[in-house]
Design a binder for this molecule. Structure first.
Ligand SMILES: NC(=O)c1ccc[n+]([C@@H]2O[C@H](COP(=O)([O-])OP(=O)(O)OC[C@H]3O[C@@H](n4cnc5c(N)ncnc54)[C@H](OP(=O)(O)O)[C@@H]3O)[C@@H](O)[C@H]2O)c1
Length: 275
């Protein structure tokens, strides 16, 4: 039995969350700050980022921001340097920022657009882990969570670049978990459809039909994902590394409840979006 304590579980820890001005990243930043961590948030739009930082501070959290793209290696080095200088380290890294473009069949994909997707979804997260390892985690330990997608476990119309790059991020997670253990734990969270701007084109106007086809009867909220991340970075998950925590409301087991083809599916929305 553990002794009751009022100290927040992440008190004294420092965290870096990319893509944290809205959506899942903002929910993660709130969850980490609420658990006592000092958090560095990133995003490209400085105004939206500033608003997010102020929102967390208004609730009593310790937060700061640095605007830039995870596709820019210089920005990533600056993020880690700032986290160490201003917050005192980078114990927790959440690679959340991602892009779901280019959209369309892979057979027609433009090579530059393909590389851009990998720069944000794969190269950026790897670069950040490298920077965090060298500047802090190698000596002090730490934990990394990469936000992948449930979709990377299968295939879908028009989202091949997204799915392929996220599948690469999933493998990167496992590879790094093996390389960096026992000093650093590296895990993934794979969300199903979550109510955010990025996925608005999927759920808006079709939410009742999509929800009816999901075993849990609703689409995800950013907090559903944030709670999973919070557990993975906590000491409660101290023996967990190299895993992918799928948080999808049962998306992958929906056939048993609704029957094949009974639901207005996400795939139909993706197909329609492709024109
Ligand atoms: N929503 C879903 O259904 C769903 C499902 C599975 C996985 N995911 C994953 O969850 C993660 C978060 O997505 P979300 O749904 O929360 O999206 P969102 O609501 O659109 O938020 C994306 C956040 O990332 C930032 N961002 C985007 N591109 C960036 C870049 N190149 N560099 C730095 N920041 C960037 C955005 O701010 P700026 O635009 O100002 O940069 C924003 O803060 C993504 O990796 C996504 O693939 C989402």
């Amino acid at each position: 039995m553990t002794t009751p304590t009022t100290t927040p579980p992440l008190h004294g820890r420092t965290a870096l969350v990319t893509g944290a001005s809205r959506g899942i990243g903002l929910a993660v930043a709130h969850a980490l700050a609420g658990a006592g961590a000092a958090v560095l948030l990133t995003a490209r739009d400085p105004e939206e980022l500033r608003a997010a930082v102020l929102e967390i501070r208004a609730l009593g959290g310790r937060a700061t921001g640095l605007a830039g793209s995870v596709g820019d290696p210089a920005h990533l080095e600056a993020c880690v340097a700032l986290a160490v200088e201003e917050l005192g380290g980078v114990d927790i890294l959440v690679n959340n920022a991602g892009t779901n473009t280019p959209f369309g069949p892979l057979v027609d994909v433009d090579p530059d657009d393909w590389r851009d997707a990998f720069a944000v979804n794969v190269d950026g997260p790897l670069r950040l882990v490298q920077c965090a390892w060298r500047a802090w985690m190698r000596e002090h330990g730490g934990t990394v969570v990469n936000i992948c997608t449930e979709g990377a476990h299968g295939v879908g119309p028009n989202i091949g670049a997204y799915g392929t790059s996220k599948a690469a991020l999933l493998h990167l997670t496992r590879q790094l978990a093996g390389e960096l253990a026992p000093t650093v734990r590296v895990n993934a969270v794979s969300p199903g459809l979550v109510r955010t701007e990025m996925a608005r084109f999927v759920w808006e106007g079709a939410e009742p039909q999509i929800a009816a086809g999901l075993p849990m009867g609703r689409i995800g909220e950013p907090d559903d994902i944030a709670r999973a991340v919070l557990w993975l970075v906590s000491d409660d998950a101290g023996w967990v590394t190299g895993t992918d925590l799928v948080v999808d409301g049962g998306t992958r087991v929906r056939g048993a409840r609704t029957g094949a083809g009974a639901a207005y599916t996400v795939h139909e929305r993706l197909r329609a979006h492709g024109g």
